[in-house]
Structure formats: structure tokens, C-alpha cells
Design a protein around this ligand. Sequence first.
Ligand code: NAD
Ligand code: ZN
Length: 359
Amino acid sequence: MHKNIKNIEKLVFGRGSFNGIDGIIENKRKENNHFFLFIVDNYFKGKELAGKIPSRPEDVIRFIDVDPYEPTTEQIDSLRDEILNSKGLPSGVVGIGGGSIMDIAKAVSLMFTNEGSSTLYQGLNLIKKPGIYHLGVPTISGTGAEVSTTAVLTGPVKKLGLKCEWTVFDQVILDPELIATVPTDKWFYTGMDTYIHCIESETGTLNNAFSHAYAEQSLKLCREIFLGDDAGQTPDNDDKLMVASLMGGLSLTYSEVGVCHALSYGLSKILGAKHCLANCIAFQHLEDFYGEGLNEFRQMIKKHNITLPKNLSKDWTEEQITAMAEVAYNLPHMWHHAMGENWKDKISVENIKELYKRM
Ligand code: NAD
Ligand code: ZN
């Protein structure tokens, strides 16, 4: 089975490229009810970037605090209902922020045209109609959400994406100036999502020349950014990180993530842990699976004085550990990629519980 991938329709890259956004969306303003919905990370409220958003009186700007929890189905449904009831169908949606805002923008653009709750559409190709025009402006790099075919949502039952070709952004603006203000810890965790995407994409049965080419380049950039002589948050490295994130995302789209992401989903679903930090918490204990990658990861942690939480499992109940292991086990595509066709002979819910107990 060969995946037939939808890529971003249009992409602009470069310092200051955000300043061209007004011209980019100008033509789209004729569509639907002639207004745009801007969904912006709350961090930017009152900041310089907020002043550069080319909003007109008819537009809606919504600042969203992404820190309390990852995007939820309920959040998407109520935002969609509120906008449709008050102003009708927007011409388009612009998301300005990190992976959380990227996912909110992608999901809401689909839910404007697909009736009912977004819980109905969590999964592969369940969305019935194309969404409205949507544009992504990442302000922190690493998740690859700017390029991926999924909008990850936590619902009452599942943490699962709205996954289809219409999820992909019509336009992305990659302006490395926008990630300069990211605090070091978040820069590291989110950057490591890219690194882990590439290690997992490369280490598994679905890896191929296409996914490998992107992972190889993305890993080269990660090594320069996090381990090179000029490692750290510099303008040059911000340029590189934006590209690494995109390429890491493309690599896993044509391959798959693996053990670390399966465990990370369990941590997020049961304990509410944020995706990128959850990956780092899990990855530090996966020497059985990703030995070489883990050595390098440890050097990066040391170089940037990052302290990852440890000994967490002593405060977890047996029920929580079982629940997390079940969430992880129920991601067969990831285990299949990481361990091969007969993965069920190699790993069980009990083995996965042991992995959680290391954390
Ligand atoms: P995020 O959007 O959760 O934001 C992390 C933090 O960084 C927030 O506190 C935010 O306010 C802050 N921030 C963002 N930009 C900033 C800036 N320029 N300056 C200062 N602070 C800034 O970050 P993330 O790690 O990019 O995204 C995690 C989310 O992405 C999770 O919800 C996860 O499920 C999702 N995700 C999606 C995909 C996908 O393919 N769709 C892939 C991986 C992860
Ligand atoms: Zn990830």
C-alpha cells in the first residue's frame, strides 16, 4: 500500500515573510461571508506581532491560551458554533502559534463545513467535505503540525486526529523571526519532537528512500542546532529549526512514528502531559529501542542544561499505568512500524507497563 500524500498548497519562507500576509489573503476575502478568523496564541496578546495582524473591522481575532490543555473536540465545536451563529461562514482561518494553534486552525476550518461534533471525525478519512481556506503561521518549531495531514484533538474517548487530505494547510508562512522569543525549555522540548520524529521514522519497517532523505537532512540540521559549535537559539539556528521541523514532519508522513510516540500518547491522554515534554520524558528511557539516538539526545540535554522530570511513576496508581499502557498498545500502526509485522509477539500491555514504570 502506497500513501498518496497531500502537501501544503503554497509556502513562503524567510525572515520578515509574515509582513506579506495581507497580500496573501487579499483574494480569499471575496469568499463566503467576507471576513477572516484569526486564531492567535495568547502569548502574543499585546505584543508586536499582534499589531502586525492585518485584521479589518469585519474580522474576528481570537486569542487562545494553549497552556492549560491540548486542543479538545469540545473547544473546536464551540468555537465553530459561536462563529457560525454570530457571523456565518468565514472566508478563511489563520492560525498563528505553535502546534496547538496549528491544530485548532486546521480542525476548525474542517468543522465549518462538516456537520455535528468533531468527535465524529476523529480518525482517518472520516471528514466528508473540504473545509474552508486555512493558513498556518508557526511561532514555535518542532511538531511538524504545519505540514502534517492531521489535526490532533483530545475528545471524551480518544486523543486522535482529524486526518485527511483536506486537513493540510492551503498556505504556510515560515518566518523564523517569529520563533525568537520562545523560552529555552519550550524551544528544547518542541525541537526534540522533530529529532524524535526523525529517529522513529528512520528506525522502523516503513522507512524508505523518501522518508529517509527528509529525516537525514532534518537530523543534520538538529545536530547543528542542538550540538554544533554554534548551538543554541540564534537567528541562523531559528532558520534551520523551521526547516528541520517541516522536513521531520514530511519524513514521518511517509513513514511512521514509533515506540516513543505511542508511550507519549498514553501520558497525554491519561495524565494530560503536553506532547513534546511527554516525548522527552518517555524517550530518555528507551535505550532498548533507540540506543544511538538516545546517546545523542542525552548530549543535547546536557549541552542545554535541561532537567527532565524523573521518578514520576512512583506517584502513579496501577490503574493509571494500565490505562496508559492500553492507550499506547492501541496504536498498532506505530508498533507495527517499530517492531514489524509480528509486533504482538514482541510486546504486550504488560511489557508496556514496565516501560511506564521506568519513567
Ligand atoms: P504549543 O502550541 O503547545 O505551545 C507551547 C508553548 O509555547 C505555549 O506556552 C505557547 O504560548 C508558547 N509559544 C509559542 N510560540 C511562542 C513564541 N514565539 N514566543 C514565546 N512563547 C511561545 O506548542 P507545540 O509544542 O508546538 O505544540 C504541541 C501541540 O501540537 C500538542 O497539542 C500536540 O498534540 C500537537 N501536535 C500536533 C501534531 C500534528 O501533526 N498535527 C504533531 C505533533 C504535535
Ligand atoms: Zn510528535
